[in-house]
Write a protein that binds this ligand. Structure first.
Ligand SMILES: Nc1ncnc2c1ncn2[C@@H]1O[C@H](COP(=O)(O)OP(=O)(O)OP(=O)(O)O)[C@@H](O)[C@H]1O
Length: 358
């Protein structure tokens, strides 16, 4: 038995050992088959308590299926789901400390906002006064005070989305699962709700698992992102890791736009073969070919084949003399460069090209 008496000095090992932290969610070897379709394969993931974690990927890449296995709506073909250190793989949804917010909100149309938010508590037989208070608090969190007696049809899309959020938050789950919750909103409202949702997550401190196919949304909102492709995870990292250091050609192409330099062109420009990714905004374009590259930069010459003006930025596509092409994005800070059919030199810092593992 361990002596826990207060006057016993901790050993060096105890002092230096990291604090024991249990992941909010731990997935191991997760696989899901629907008949002959393998929807999810080999997913291992640890999500920390209080994280805003996004699952990002194209349609059909398996994000929703993973979310549904965490929620308990789907049983994995193999693998395990742990919530706060407890194996819940075979438990029903209501036996798990998670709530889900769906894209279509799934509000009860005949109930008022207040009744919708209170619903989960009524099912759990929480006393009426306590129900009222907790619903009021949840509606305050999502900035919907004063809307208690409205019906869902009398609300805007953004307000309905907030009711759905309040209805989940009122249960005080440890983990909130959000399946494309902003998908039905127009772009402006979507941007406003992104900021608001992130702020709400910070305020309540609940772990949020957010499914989206919108890379800008994932980059702006998340602490970390898992990038999905064909049922598996290509990379997990912070937004800047995933953007600045894409691990695979798929991530480089899906998260932002990227150039790939490979084969003979890579050898001629970078002095080595392989596949390399370079972000268009990292490349400097110079019509003065006599200007050498600075120390630490690599450079290539070529001809501008197209120019697209996008207001704040201008994009140039340059056919390299050594073969291949690179696209360059230039901030439109001064006068735009008129470069149609021009010969140009492209320069970028060596650390801005990344070897892709594929
Ligand atoms: N109930 C089901 N029966 C059969 N196949 C399914 C079922 N649910 C999902 N799938 C298939 O599994 C794969 C992954 O689907 P999933 O919905 O997880 O992808 P997703 O990345 O969430 O896509 P989206 O962004 O379009 O929602 C797809 O090929 C899909 O057709």
């Amino acid at each position: 038995m361990i002596d826990m008496s207060p006057n016993q000095a901790p050993t060096l090992a105890e002092k230096t050992a990291p604090a024991e932290t249990t992941s909010a969610i731990r997935l191991r070897g997760l696989r899901k088959e629907f008949g002959s379709v393998v929807a999810v394969e080999g997913v291992d993931l640890d999500i920390a308590q209080g994280e805003f974690f996004s699952m990002l990927g194209p349609s059909g890449s398996g994000k929703t299926t993973v979310l549904r296995m965490i929620a308990g709506f789907e049983l994995p073909t193999s693998g395990t789901v742990e919530l706060a250190g407890r194996d819940v793989t075979r438990l029903a949804p209501f036996e798990r400390d998670v709530n889900t917010v769906f894209q279509d909100y799934a509000l009860f149309p005949h109930m008022t906002v207040q009744q919708n938010v209170e619903y989960g508590l009524r099912v759990k037989k929480v006393p009426r006064a306590q129900r009222r208070e907790r619903a009021r608090e949840a509606l305050r969190t999502v900035h919907l005070e004063g809307f208690e007696s409205r019906k869902p049809t009398q609300l805007s899309g953004g307000q309905r989305q907030r009711v759905a959020l309040a209805r989940a938050l009122v249960n005080r789950p440890k983990v909130l699962l959000l399946d494309e919750p902003l998908g039905a909103l127009d772009l402006k409202l979507r941007h406003a709700m992104q900021t608001e949702l992130k702020q709400i997550q910070r305020d309540v401190g609940i772990t949020f698992i957010f499914v989206t196919h919108d890379q800008d949304e994932a980059l702006t909102m998340s602490d970390r992102i898992a990038v999905f492709n064909t049922g598996g995870i290509e990379q997990v990292g912070t937004p800047s890791e995933v953007y600045e250091k894409p691990a695979t050609a798929f991530v480089a192409g899906f998260v932002g736009t990227s150039n790939l330099l490979s084969g003979d062109s890579a050898e001629a420009v970078l002095g080595t073969r392989g596949v390399f990714s370079i972000r268009p905004e990292k490349i400097r374009i110079d019509p003065d070919l006599s200007q050498p590259a600075a120390v630490g930069e690599v450079s290539a010459t070529g001809t501008v084949t197209s120019t697209s003006y996008a207001g704040a930025t201008v994009r140039y596509v340059v056919a390299l003399d050594v073969g291949g092409q690179l696209s360059v994005v230039r901030q439109n800070a001064g006068a735009p460069l008129e470069l149609a059919d021009n010969r140009v030199r492209l320069c970028w810092r060596q650390e801005h090209n990344f070897r892709i593992t594929e």
